[in-house]
Ligand binder design. Structure first.
Ligand SMILES: *Cc1c(COP(=O)(O)O)cnc(C)c1O
Length: 381
């Protein structure tokens, strides 16, 4: 018996590679396989040209200059380089870092690592809607604050922090501002100049590019200590032979996002709103987690009361969704993001993130609404 694949509504976890991105990448595996650092022959020159072109495509999407883009293996590495690199370069002068309790683990755990090395870290608690306020941040700043790291948009609930205001405040106080913009880039307009961002992390596989490639934007003049020693690639900030096919794919993905973003934002927000509203209407005792205004266009996180969370996820066999729980050995820990919003453990377990994307169709949404209603009704009986 053959099973059809479930409807994919987990685009915040990863996206498929867009076929146009794959087409752009393919020659760089085979005929044009050169090392971008080879300076003595055509193979190297053409690879270096392709990397330069991709660097422009990435820079253009976020309003940066191509000299400010450092390719990494993804956003995890970009976050590590941003935080550890800043602390290592300047931590002897100032060692206080401000971040938020709902950051992705790649920022949160890096901050914990830096605490063990002598950094003092303040973890801001968001309000129950997932947002922090400017006053809250302002009150946390100290004369010895080196760095503020606040994610642009949250991967689990989609809320968008007041990044432009945070950037302005940090610039006034001469504090370095890093943002993990992995969920924002390609979905909503991001501009490092408008928002006064000094360091920004992004990842290709969240915007229809391949896994294992990303970038850190480093504003001109910002000092960082490299975390990998070696051939001094990427202006000495990230040694290692460049992943040319991956970089070409990231560049193409950024170019496509730039041309389709506004249209996609509109289309997906209509589909997301329909999904959300119809689930809330069809299933009683449900509510949305996080601020519904300052939010990504294609994410909704919904809590279902009076159902067992594990049974709920197990019963969703027609859709691929997630709920932010983490398996720590035998225990299933509820999402720390929802916990930080004050959602009780049992309700956090029974919360579901639906994240839509480029290949989500109206029929997928209709089928999902019916499936969710059927599953929750059955479980509640
Ligand atoms: C996916 C994600 C990351 C990690 O990116 P990788 O490229 O997979 O390392 C970091 N931050 C956020 C907000 C993400 O959504």
């Amino acid at each position: 018996m053959e099973y059809s694949r479930p409807i994919y509504l987990d685009y915040n976890a990863t996206t498929p590679v867009d076929p146009r991105v794959l087409d752009a990448m393919l020659p760089w595996f085979t005929e044009q396989f050169g090392n971008a650092a080879s300076r003595t022959h055509l193979y190297g020159w053409e690879a270096a040209d392709a990397v330069a072109h991709a660097r422009q495509q990435v820079a253009r999407l976020i309003g940066a200059s191509e000299k400010e883009i450092i390719f990494t293996s993804g956003a995890t590495e970009a976050n590590n380089l941003a935080l550890k690199g800043t602390f290592e370069a300047l931590g002897a002068q100032k060692n206080h870092i401000v971040t938020v309790a709902t950051e992705h683990k790649a920022v949160f755990d890096t901050c914990q690592h830096l605490e063990a090395l002598g950094a003092e870290v303040t973890y801001l608690m968001p309000a129950s809607d997932g947002l922090i306020t400017l006053e809250q941040l302002e009150n946390a700043l100290r004369p010895d604050t080196l760095l503020v790291s606040v994610m642009y948009a949250n991967n689990e609930i989609g809320v968008i922090q007041p990044i432009a205001d945070i950037g302005r405040l940090c610039r006034e106080r001469v504090i370095i501002f890093h943002t993990d913009a992995t969920q924002a880039v390609g979905k909503i307009p991001v501009d490092v100049a408008r928002d006064n961002i000094d360091l920004l992390s992004l990842s290709a596989h969240k915007l229809y590019g391949p896994k294992g490639i990303g970038a850190l934007y480093v504003r001109k003049g910002i000092k960082l200590t490299a975390q990998l020693d070696g051939g001094r690639h990427e202006r000495g900030l990230r040694s290692g032979t460049l992943n040319v096919p991956g970089i070409v794919g990231l560049g193409k993905a950024c170019q496509l996002a730039g041309t389709s973003m506004l249209e996609e934002e509109k289309r997906l927000s209509i589909l997301r709103d329909r999904l959300e509203n119809e689930i809330l209407n069809a299933v009683i005792d449900t509510h949305v987690n996080g601020n519904r205004t300052y939010r990504l266009p294609q994410t909704t996180n919904i809590s279902f009361e009076n159902v067992d969370g594990e049974a709920l996820l197990m019963s969703f066999n027609r859709i691929a969704v997630s709920n932010g729980s983490a398996c720590t050995s035998a225990l299933i820990e509820p999402s720390y993001v929802l916990k930080a919003l004050g959602v009780p453990d049992d309700l956090a377990h029974a919360s579901v993130r639906f994240s839509l994307g480029r290949f989500t169709r109206e029929a997928d949404v209709e089928e999902t609404i019916a499936h969710v209603r059927d599953v929750v009704e059955r479980l509640r009986r």
